[in-house]
Design a protein around this ligand. Structure first.
Ligand code: ZN
Length: 323
């Protein structure tokens, strides 16, 4: 149809015009995105493109040969610190873990990265990140009324606990504390309900921000990677819980424990047993609730296990605290 229209128009056009139209047609086929008004923004001047589903973790590599003093990214108002990674046979660069929150709206967003090197003019890189929709389950739960509708006293306690967690998570190690692959904390039955919409006694609640792993009461819970215990709690909803700071805005959390085997400030090594599976807090049975936050984004913890980091610890790994 387009060709026919061009042919018809071509009869009235000069040779120059026809050449121009042909160029446009050719360009359209080479850069289809740029010439259609409803298409996503052009990839012109873009340093790379990534895509991921809601709740997924993206490993972004910035190729910078020289050692920079600071490499930082911004994605959807979240700050993403990058760390230097030199791997044999690969060009030197910086890596960043970009978390797509389970509720980030699908669309294309910019990940802007600034590379600072002392007094030199900072270099700015721009990446496109396409966020796609994840199909989350809808979960219907029936719980005793007094466990769902909080009385004033419990509500006040819950608010205080929320503040306590917020404060603890606002403060994170500026150093990357982990250097190896990630470990599944419990070899149990994955329920696959990360991100699921919860309807409790008919009322919609916040989506489930972690993964539940069913395991017998008292099963060992291992920490997914090296870090420092930032907070241990006994909260109304999450029960006995441990929050581990892995540095650079990356936190992992373990809830509903029957026992906590670490204390605030402890250094932990990947695989170290930090507690036991339980049903404390609001839980229908013994299981581990495993959650991960990456610079504020609630991501599926199982996404970490797929990241290409070797299980061998690096030479500058965190020293083990002898207990
Ligand atoms: Zn849970």
């Amino acid at each position: 149809m387009l060709t026919a229209a061009l042919k018809q128009a071509g009869q009235r056009l000069s040779r120059l015009d026809r050449t121009l139209i042909m160029m446009v047609v050719l360009l359209t086929s080479v850069f289809p995105v740029e010439l259609f008004p409803n298409a996503p923004p052009p990839p012109k001047g873009i340093d790379g493109q990534y895509s991921g589903r809601q709740g997924q973790v993206l490993l972004v590599k910035v190729h910078v040969a020289e050692e920079a003093t600071d490499v930082k990214g911004t994605f959807l108002d979240r700050t993403i610190p990058f760390f230097r990674e030199v791997r044999p046979g690969e060009p030197a660069g910086y890596l960043g873990l970009v978390g797509i929150d389970m509720q980030d709206a699908p669309g294309t967003y910019e990940l802007a990265v600034t590379v600072k090197n002392g007094e030199q003019q900072a270099k700015r890189l721009s990446y496109h990140v396409l966020v796609t929709k994840e199909k989350f389950a809808v979960e219907h739960l029936k719980l005793p009324k007094d466990k769902v509708d909080l009385d004033d006293k419990t509500l006040a306690r819950w608010k205080m606990e929320q503040d306590q967690v917020r404060q603890a998570l606002a403060d994170n190690s500026a150093l990357r504390l982990w250097h190896s692959g990630f470990i599944e904390p419990v070899n149990g039955k994955r329920t696959g309900i990360f991100g699921s919409v919860r309807i409790m006694n008919g009322q919609p609640r916040n989506p489930h921000n972690g993964e539940d792993i069913g395991a017998p009461l008292g099963t060992d819970v291992a920490v997914t990677n090296d870090g420092v215990v930032r907070l241990t709690v006994d909260h109304v909803f999450s029960g006995r819980g441990v929050f581990v700071d892995h540095g650079l805005g990356f936190y992992s959390m373990y809830f509903h424990l029957s026992e906590i085997l670490v204390k605030d400030g402890d250094l932990v090594k990947a695989g170290q047993i930090i507690g036991k599976v339980g049903a404390s807090g609001r839980a229908t049975g013994p299981h581990l609730h495993w959650g991960v936050r990456l610079n504020g984004a609630r991501v599926n913890p199982y996404g970490l296990l797929d990241l290409p980091f070797s299980s061998r610890s690096g030479p500058d790994a965190l020293p083990v605290k002898q207990q």
